[in-house]
Design a protein around this ligand. Structure first.
Ligand SMILES: *Cc1c(COP(=O)(O)O)cnc(C)c1O
Length: 564
């Protein structure tokens, strides 16, 4: 089953979540989408890779939202046997003093250009294990800190052992976020000197060798966001074969900080946008954090109407997105508008099917969809409802929201309720709908069918953001706070619009957003000559999509991180 993959050395890509396809709910948000786009591009470019993640029997959750906006969660079990094949190999790790067996399922990612990449989804739900241990691979981001550490042992230690057990030759390891950093400990042990060779006081571990094998991408611009485990917990749960003093030197004296561990065990470290790398360099003095700005997979995130448009006017774009830089001159305005009208119609139909609300095709739609959590500030637009009504009186617009709040994120859940309250309050003047169960398919419809893609995070907390890049592939301009990728992507009035300057908006004043909407964005949309608006749509394609794609991103990882 694995024969076609194990004959050449591969880069192992470790991620706690991965968005392989809409039917496989093993992702929660942008981190998983990035992992999926990474592997989709690896398939297109035929970069030999293998992804390692967890099987997540219960998926990330699905939710129901009642009229008040209250979210209730259901598990998102999926048809594992239909989409994957079980591998025979099993390996064991020590967890909590017990032997826990780990197996894996193979998913073969088939790219749209014929490339194939293996994905191993680790599973502890085996007869050999106790009922508690069988659940370690059930929930994505579920449970407490103890559960998380157990999952990270399975992912990091278990992942490396399983790759070797099934016969892969791994030439490089890429940790997508710190969750998988324990893989570095497994490599330390695997490549340790034998004790007979050591002189007194010498370390068993060949750290330079381990570092050469590893790259680390950090995603979290605040210290509090990094996984940490107390050494009491670590000593209880982790295999005591590991010398705790060595771990403390690598992962922090006070607690095991997964980001520190990854930093200390990786030669190449990067942030996911230029600003994020700067913030990370300030947070971790003494380390060199490079910048490889994220990108999205071109084919996956382009609506059918735009794929056809690009195939016709910029052939070759599926492999070389730089060709899209010609879009602003080569694609006729009417063709762009027609492709957009189709994508918008698909969204309008979906909104009607899900909510019963019929949006108007000739009124602009603002799209806002992402994980619902406080720093994303989905409610910023509703700071002053009177002002918003006044704007809509002369220049109408409609708003579509979507997004899940993590079950333990009370403020995220509260935000969904508030959005529903605002929608009710505005019912007489501005149509506002909230779509449940935001997933890959809905993200594709929304980022293509909206007229403006709105993003109002609290800087500098948006490490990169990727949904706005999906919008760009569909000629949808961004209206966003300058944070993450948008600092690099925004050319004012050319690719979209900034809300405030790089220093502004941290205090949450919505006035600049209202001013920009009222005086710049909506007048351009409603101008009797549509060519000004279409020029910005083309700017998004030619200057954003041509660059913020995962093919450019992976060419950089391949040359700067993997092939050092
Ligand atoms: C792209 C995507 C995200 C990431 O959105 P951001 O705005 O970058 O946070 C999250 N969830 C899904 C389902 C997506 O497709």
């Amino acid at each position: 089953m694995l024969d076609e993959f194990i004959h050449e050395p591969r880069v192992a890509y470790f991620s706690m979540e991965i968005a392989l396809r809409n039917e496989i709910p093993t992702y929660a948000g942008g981190l998983g989408i990035l992992a999926g786009d990474t592997m989709r591009t690896a398939a297109d470019l035929e970069l030999p890779m293998v992804a390692v993640s967890l099987i997540c029997h219960a998926g990330y959750f699905r939710h129901e939202i009642d009229a008040q906006g209250r979210q209730t969660e259901h598990s998102a079990t999926w048809d594992i046997k239909h989409w994957t094949q079980p591998l025979d190999a099993k390996i064991a790790v020590q967890i909590d003093g017990r032997t826990v067996w780990i197996g894996a399922w193979l998913y073969i990612l088939e790219g749209h250009m014929g490339g194939r990449q293996p994905v191993l989804l680790l599973d502890t739900d085996l007869d050999e294990n106790s009922s508690d241990d069988r659940k370690i691979s059930h929930y994505l981001y579920g449970g407490d800190n103890v559960y998380r550490l157990k999952q990270e042992i399975v992912l990091g230690l278990g992942g490396v052992r399983l790759l070797h057990a099934v016969g892969f030759t791994i030439k490089h390891y890429h940790m997508n976020e710190g969750h998988s950093a324990l893989l570095g400990l497994e490599l330390m042990r695997r490549y340790a000197y034998s004790t007979e060779d050591l002189r007194p006081g010498e370390s068993r571990y060949d750290l330079p060798l381990v570092r050469d094998l590893c790259s680390f991408t950090t995603h979290t611009p605040v210290e509090a966001g990094h996984d940490r485990f107390s050494y009491d917990l670590v000593q209880r749960v982790l295999d005591n074969d590991f010398d705790i003093e060595t771990i403390k030197r690598l992962a922090g004296e006070d607690s095991l900080n997964m980001t520190r561990l990854a930093l200390n065990l990786s030669e190449y470290v990067n942030g996911v946008a230029k600003k994020h790398a700067e913030v990370s360099n300030a947070m971790f003095p003494g380390y060199k954090v490079h910048a490889i700005t994220n990108g999205v997979h071109p084919f996956t995130w382009s609506a059918e109407s735009f794929r056809q448009l690009y195939d016709h006017y910029t052939p070759g774009w599926r492999h070389e997105q730089q060709l899209l830089m010609r879009a602003d001159c080569c694609i006729p305005d009417v063709a762009i508008w027609e492709a957009h009208t189709q994508a918008k119609q698909h969204l309008i139909e979906k909104v009607q099917a899900l909510t019963g609300v019929l949006l108007k095709p000739d009124v602009p739609i603002f799209g806002f969809a992402r994980r619902m959590t406080a720093y994303k500030r989905p409610d910023l637009l509703f700071t002053d409802l009177e002002r918003l009504r006044a704007i809509a009186r002369n220049q109408p617009f409609q708003i579509v929201f979507a997004g899940k709040a993590h079950p333990n994120d009370e403020s995220g859940k509260h935000l969904i309720e508030q959005l529903h309250a605002h929608a009710r309050a505005l019912a007489d003047s501005i149509p506002v709908v909230y779509l449940p169960d935001y997933d890959m398919a809905l993200a594709q419809l929304l980022t293509a069918g909206a007229d403006v893609w709105l993003n109002t995070p609290l800087p500098p907390l948006e490490a990169s953001g990727t949904s706005g890049m999906k919008a760009a592939f569909n000629g949808v301009p961004n209206l966003s706070v300058l944070d993450g990728w948008w600092i690099e992507g925004c050319l004012e009035g050319v690719t979209g619009w900034a809300i405030g300057d790089t220093a502004g908006m941290a205090d949450g004043k919505a006035q600049v957003l209202y001013d920009k909407l009222e005086k710049v964005v909506l007048p351009l949309y409603f101008n009797s000559d549509r060519s000004g608006w279409i020029r910005v749509m083309k700017g998004a394609i030619s200057k954003n999509a041509s660059y913020f794609n995962s093919h450019r991103m992976m060419r950089r990882y391949a040359t700067e991180a993997y092939a050092r």
